[in-house]
Design a protein around this ligand. Structure first.
Ligand SMILES: [Ca+2]
Length: 276
């Protein structure tokens, strides 16, 4: 329980940090939908400065709404960004692509709202005796609750974001397996909001740990684990699954390994440390 409080104390300043940045990045014209509302395509972001432009567009609610309404356009952007990091994440451009792919998934699937809700949930003491179901019910964004398609998209988005942050963390902490500390001479790409990235990476890592725990019981792979979580949450029965409704929360920060070290490295890039 003490650890959960410590996590809350770490996440709170990050949330405030990210909130200030969002305020300064806010673009009234885009928010009011006074500019383009058609979903963008990769051709909008070719060449020098293209990814900066994409970053700016992804901060626009109008663009996000357009992408939510146009799955093909979103898929084209995902493919575009994936194409920039096929060889791994190392250069500033590759780092920026991984950050943008995570943002794209979180913003178009309610994942970002999930991140904010989970930070709020962490303000009250929780521990590993808490049921997964109870925690999730308290933080699932309203527009996702009871909607299997949206729930699945959000969870898959968080899993993609987690993979991106893992690669990003390793790009700045490239010791074998990582040691959770940014290597000399390594950094996040210019303009990156380290606090925002660390917060999202922490929550994506937690979401991945929850799915992993459900998967550990179900042994049917990540997609099936996400489906099981949905049934767990909404008391639906699928005879194919053996679900333990009392499954307790994992303690993600006790799971040592390269994935945790990558998250620690991203926290370290933001000038913060995670509990050991
Ligand atoms: Ca290191």
């Amino acid at each position: 329980m003490a650890r959960a409080r410590t996590i809350a104390l770490i996440l709170l300043p990050l949330l405030l940090l990210a909130g200030c940045s969002a305020l300064f990045d806010f673009n009234l014209f885009k928010a009011l939908g006074l500019d383009k509302t058609a979903a963008p395509s990769p051709s909008d972001y070719q060449g020098a400065g293209g990814l900066d432009k994409l970053a700016e567009d992804l901060s626009s609610p109008a663009v996000i709404d357009a992408l939510k309404d146009d799955p093909a356009a979103k898929a084209a952007l995902v493919t575009f960004l994936e194409g920039l990091i096929t060889g791994g994440v190392d250069t500033p451009e590759e780092q920026q692509a991984s950050i943008l792919l995570a943002d794209l998934e979180l913003k178009t699937t309610s994942g970002e709202e999930f991140v904010n809700n989970i930070v709020t949930a962490m303000m009250t003491p929780i521990d590993t005796s808490v049921k997964v179901v109870d925690l999730l019910r308290s933080i699932i964004p309203a527009d996702v609750a009871g909607d299997k398609t949206k729930f699945t998209a959000m969870m898959q988005g968080l899993m993609t974001a987690n993979a991106m942050y893992f690669a990003l963390g390793q790009s700045i902490d490239s010791d074998a397996g990582g040691d959770g500390v940014v290597d000399p001479g390594k950094s996040l790409p210019p303009g990156a909001n380290a606090g925002d990235i660390a917060q999202k990476a922490g929550v994506a890592f937690l979401a991945n740990a929850i799915v992993g725990k459900v998967d550990g019981v179900a042994a049917g792979g990540q997609s099936e684990a996400i489906e099981q979580m949905y049934y767990l949450l909404y008391d639906q029965i699928n005879p194919a699954f053996t679900i333990d409704p009392d499954l307790s929360m994992p303690d993600p920060f006790s799971i040592a390994g390269p994935e945790l070290n990558a998250v620690k490295a991203l926290y370290s890039a933001a000038g913060m440390t995670l509990p050991a």
